[in-house]
Design a protein around this ligand. Structure first.
Ligand SMILES: NC(=O)c1ccc[n+]([C@@H]2O[C@H](COP(=O)([O-])OP(=O)(O)OC[C@H]3O[C@@H](n4cnc5c(N)ncnc54)[C@H](O)[C@@H]3O)[C@@H](O)[C@H]2O)c1
Length: 367
């Protein structure tokens, strides 16, 4: 199969959909790979490395889409890119259709087969979202530790313990992928950690793996009791398909020490703290009630090289399947079929159709 990789044009997006190593794997399996000029630079991969791996470098994105059956990307197509795709393309990328009617209608019009990373399933989980949650979770402890420094507006507590001084305290809300990664890094830095979860089974698993932390059943009342001497609060909750529950009210934020830090990773689902509003990498923090708030909605964008490598290691097995069997791969793999949001103008994801009052069609009927 002919596979194309486009250079991302979304503001501040530096990830790329294939690494030179993944190009090599696809070439070995008998495919041709076309990479847009400078597509990997933001993640530290040069055209020379892609060429060496067997890719052809092409300047023009539109030409790549005309030539290739399968196009792999990172972000949803930008308006400038809408006209690049046609009914011969399978486009494999993050789409998040429900957040944009404009994008949904544009892709519908193009008749492209759209497979969304975020809805591909495996054993009831979302394997192509997981790597980015891990990056964001690990980052949350690092960002928190950084903004706790006095010159950056913080309380002046070092996350790593120092003999004869006080230990920093981190409170984590949620013990899923983000929460566990935050826990691992917070413990690694040496902080005292309290993690709140609603799922007792999850608490048991975490207790076994990370016995140094304290675990508590999540409730507003129980969280409130911990805030008085918290240096860093990390929001990592998710209720699938719903807005994040607001677990920390304004009143509770006011209880936190002056210049303590909140990193609300769940900000992309509305956030778990009442005073949170989304920020960007250009201006990541703001202050409210004397507490620093970090709320970047695309945290993995700060570390494109790590994120690209983690994401492509997760996507490449699916890309290999699509390259080998075309859309028969979707018929064979129910989890990959969950990723198909659109095919030949039919909307095959119920939530996307519902979001805009459009017609939903069962993929089995149109494939
Ligand atoms: N800001 C970013 O850049 C970024 C990057 C990746 C993920 N995220 C977001 O981070 C959030 C967490 O993602 P995840 O992959 O860890 O999800 P996950 O499903 O793996 O984990 C969520 C956890 O929250 C727990 N939970 C639900 N309600 C709770 C409550 N009331 N109190 C305590 N725990 C509760 C669940 O039991 C679950 O264990 C999501 O909103 C995700 O979109 C943001």
């Amino acid at each position: 199969m002919k596979i194309g990789v486009l250079k991302e044009i979304k503001n501040n997006e530096n990830r790329v959909a294939l690494t030179p190593k993944s190009v090599k794997l696809l070439k070995k399996a008998g495919n041709s790979v076309f990479v847009q000029k400078n597509a990997g630079l933001g993640s530290g991969f040069t055209d020379k490395e892609y060429r060496k791996a067997g890719a052809k470098i092409v300047k023009n994105a539109k030409k790549i889409c005309k030539k290739c059956r399968l196009i792999v990307k990172i972000k949803e197509p930008m308006p400038k890119e809408y006209s690049y795709f046609n009914k011969e393309n399978i486009l494999f990328t993050y789409f998040h259709f429900a957040s944009s009617k404009k994008l949904t209608l544009a892709m519908k019009k193009s008749k492209t087969t759209c497979i969304a990373y975020e809805t591909v399933e495996k054993n009831g989980k979302l394997p192509l979202l997981k790597p980015m949650s891990e990056v964001a979770g690990k980052m949350s402890a690092i960002m928190g530790a950084y903004y706790l420094a006095k010159p950056y507006g913080g309380r002046g507590t070092l996350m790593s313990p120092v003999k004869n001084s006080v230990n920093a305290k981190t409170v984590i809300l949620g013990g899923g992928i983000v929460g566990t990664a935050a826990l691992e890094n917070s413990l690694g830095l040496g902080a005292n950690v309290v993690l709140f979860e609603v799922n007792s089974k999850r608490i048991k698993q975490l207790k076994k793996k990370f016995p140094k932390a304290k675990y508590k059943k999540s409730s507003k009342k129980a969280i409130e009791k911990e805030l008085k001497n918290t240096d860093l609060l990390i929001g990592a909750v998710l209720v699938p398909g719903a807005k994040a529950p607001k677990l920390v009210s304004k009143k509770m934020v006011k209880l936190m020490p002056k210049n303590s830090v909140i990193v609300d990773v769940a900000v992309d689902q509305g956030g778990s703290v009442e005073t949170i509003k989304p920020t960007t990498h250009a201006k990541p923090v703001y202050e409210k009630f004397g507490v620093k708030h970090y709320a970047v909605a695309n945290m993995p964008g700060a570390y494109p090289r790590t994120s690209t490598i983690a994401l492509t290691n997760a996507t490449v097995p699916y890309i290999l399947k699509l390259a080998k069997n075309d859309l028969n791969a979707v018929k064979k793999d129910k989890g990959l079929a969950s990723g198909v949001n659109m095919h030949k103008s039919f909307i095959t994801n119920e939530s996307v159709a519902k979001a805009f009052g459009l017609k939903y069609t069962d993929l089995k009927k149109v494939l």
